[in-house]
Design a protein around this ligand. Structure first.
Ligand code: SAH
Ligand code: SF4
Ligand code: F3S
Length: 490
């Protein structure tokens, strides 16, 4: 293949991404698809490969929405695709390695089918080092665009289709919100709804504030209108999305309206279940606890990432809370919502973490008794402050700590699930179990996966299931009856 020239509209810049200005946040409306791009995908297929968090999953739904407005239809087969987009995640090194493996693998397909458009987007494309590496080593890529450039996909695709150069457009500093984006949602049952974008927390290990830009909240009217529309279309569950949902509204200059206010308003919309993720312990206020305790469609599950149980480590992570503050918050939540299910994220092997400090994470886990936890070995991210910290903890020790942490969590998860034996729970039936089509699977209000035998017409409905075989990560049970729609959530 000929060396392609790069056509830079704008390359990424981590330093620029760090700057947070006081500029106004503009709310823009999504432009229509440009005339010449309408119908350009007729008879052609697209494929989006998504890595990373729910934010990325939802961004992929937006990209699918735009591609379908241009006439493309979705395919699961790489060979059939005229456009393949890789929506990437930069959170840990292994996430990036997987993506580079994938880009390398797709080179053969691109050589066989030069008209294929291969695009890289998502958080990795916001990193200078990644873009440079693609430019130098992966000429098979036609298009790179950033997390702030998603709404520009129709324009960028036009450039990629009609130019011979690699198209790169990554805005590093961005504070805009684009409304009215088209979306193709995964199913008709559960929907993701962005309530805010970006993150201003700058935890010292984390790349997200650089890849997602400054914290900015969608206007309540727009969020509420979207949820009402989803309810009208028959969706049964929404998950409100933000890197730090408890900071919702802090950027409004013209009115006082917080995440608790939003939840209180969403509570009055006729959608049976409302979840949210992720909430940062630092900004979790009493008003929010009060609103969540009203229950109804607000489920009794809170994902509350602790990261560490040691105050000194929390301090160098810049989490801005202590072990004591975190435990006090947990105590307040449990008092207001006694059957709450708490889950968490933990990082082990942060630079300089001692055995004693790690043991405090174990003891936090025991004290809180999470129902489940996502646990990670610290991964240095270029450009973040922690990447420059001296790290004298060997990989062997980090792996051993992760193993001990997971063993403890498994014990707790099993105990928590065991407590449900013989109990009847409300389950939203999502579909056939992935492993066995004879079995249906769904989730409790607390987001636990339940498998049971039952007729297929239950899919999409709320049912009662009696748990008779609790396992560590899932529950098995017996279908009891359908839940009367007026009684869902009670
Ligand atoms: N905004 C969310 C987290 C998003 S990232 C929050 O603050 O809770 C999801 C999880 O990835 C984090 O909670 C953290 O546990 C983990 N993580 C982030 N950066 C990491 C890194 N450099 N190494 C290992 N784990 C990391
Ligand atoms: Fe990363 Fe911290 Fe922001 Fe979460 S709150 S996205 S961990 S910087
Ligand atoms: Fe990954 Fe970006 Fe999400 S780095 S975790 S996809 S915000």
């Amino acid at each position: 293949m000929d060396e392609k020239m790069a056509r830079y509209f704008q390359p990424p810049d981590l330093k620029a991404a760090k700057k947070r200005g006081k500029e106004e946040i503009s709310v823009l409306q999504f432009d229509q698809i440009p005339q010449e791009m309408r119908g350009i995908g007729e008879g052609k297929r697209y494929m989006i490969k998504t890595y990373g968090c729910q934010m990325n999953v939802h961004d992929s739904e937006t990209m699918a929405g735009m591609l379908e407005l241009m006439g493309y239809t979705m395919t699961e087969s790489e060979e059939d695709a005229a456009v393949i987009l890789i929506n990437t995640c930069a959170i840990r090194e292994n996430a990036e390695d997987k993506v580079f493996g994938e880009i390398g693998r797709l080179k053969t397909l691109k050589t066989e089918k030069p008209e294929l458009i291969l695009g890289v987007c998502g958080c990795m494309s916001q990193e200078e080092s990644v873009v440079n590496r693609i430019l130098q080593k992966h000429q098979q890529v036609d298009l790179i665009f950033g997390t702030h450039n998603i709404h520009r996909l129709p324009h960028l695709l036009r450039e990629a289709l009609f130019s011979k150069e690699m198209v790169v457009e990554v805005w590093s500093k961005e504070g805009d919100i684009v409304e009215n984006l088209p979306k193709v949602r995964e199913d008709g049952l559960k929907a993701w709804v962005n309530i805010m974008y970006g993150c201003d927390k700058f935890c010292t290990y984390c790349i997200v504030p650089y890849t997602r830009g400054k914290e900015r909240s969608r206007r309540p009217v727009d969020v509420l209108a979207e949820i009402r529309e989803l309810a009208r279309k028959g969706y049964q569950e929404v998950t409100l999305l933000g890197q730090n949902v408890n900071a919702y509204g802090k950027d409004f200059t013209d009115h006082d309206y917080t995440f608790a206010d939003l939840m209180d308003d969403v509570r009055q919309i006729g959608i049976p279940r409302v979840r949210f993720t992720t909430s940062h312990p630092r900004d979790f206020d009493d008003h929010l606890i009060e609103v969540l305790a009203k229950r109804g469609n607000l489920v009794e599950h809170i994902h509350l990432p602790a990261q560490s149980g040691n105050s000194a480590i929390l301090k160098i992570m810049a989490r801005k809370y202590t072990r004591e503050h975190y435990l006090e918050l947990v105590r307040k939540i449990k008092k207001a919502i006694p059957d709450v299910v708490l889950t968490t994220d933990i990082i082990v092997g942060f630079p300089g973490e001692t055995e004693e400090q790690f043991e405090e994470t174990l003891s936090l886990m025991k004290e809180v008794e999470y129902d489940s936890a996502f646990t990670f070995i610290y991964s240095p991210r270029e450009g973040t402050p922690a990447a420059k910290m001296k790290d004298d903890v060997s990989m062997e020790v980090k792996k051993e700590r992760l193993h001990r942490l997971n063993q403890l969590q498994d014990e707790i998860s099993r105990k928590k699930n065991e407590a449900l034996r013989g109990r009847t729970v409300e389950v939203l039936v999502e579909g056939e179990s992935k492993k066995n089509p004879e079995i249906l699977s769904g989730r409790t209000r607390t987001n636990k996966l339940v498998n049971f035998r039952g007729p297929k017409h239950l899919i999409g409905q709320f049912v009662h299931v009696r748990i008779d075989e609790p396992l560590t990560w899932t529950l098995k049970g017996e279908w009891v009856d359908k839940v009367d729609s007026r009684q869902v959530g009670s």
